[in-house]
Design a protein around this ligand. Structure first.
Ligand code: ZN
Length: 118
């Protein structure tokens, strides 16, 4: 599962951060998961729950997932639709099925914030 390796990468990042800050506990992790990244949020949460159970640094830490909005521009009429959910199947204005995702964090998975204990 793709999400498991993402969580493994995240844990590595957290260990590096914890070493830098000389902390032994991570209490909360905030991730930005773009709706175009292909990451299934439920699977990511599941992987996080499983892997953090085995890890003293992050055991019991809260995971918050933020899904940013992505703008889609219609190639037919130029209308823009914004959504944090599924890519719209067609333009709600003219019905054109070709919608182009605009800039933003749509395809990215980013570690946004980490809360640690002193
Ligand atoms: Zn349109």
């Amino acid at each position: 599962m793709h999400e498991i390796s993402l969580v493994q990468g995240l844990l590595q990042q957290l260990h590096d951060l914890a070493a830098e800050h000389r902390t032994a506990r991570v209490t909360k992790v905030t991730m930005v998961v773009g709706p175009l990244s292909g990451v299934v949020v439920e699977s990511f949460q599941f992987g996080f729950d499983i892997l953090t159970r085995e890890d003293d640094l992050v055991r019991g830490a809260e995971l918050e997932i933020v899904i940013p909005e992505v703008s889609y521009r219609c190639s037919g009429c130029g209308a823009v639709e914004k959504t944090a959910g599924q890519r719209p199947r067609k333009c709600s204005g003219c019905g054109d099925p070709i919608l182009i995702a605009e800039q933003g964090m749509g395809g990215d998975v980013i570690l946004q914030q980490v809360e640690m204990e002193d």
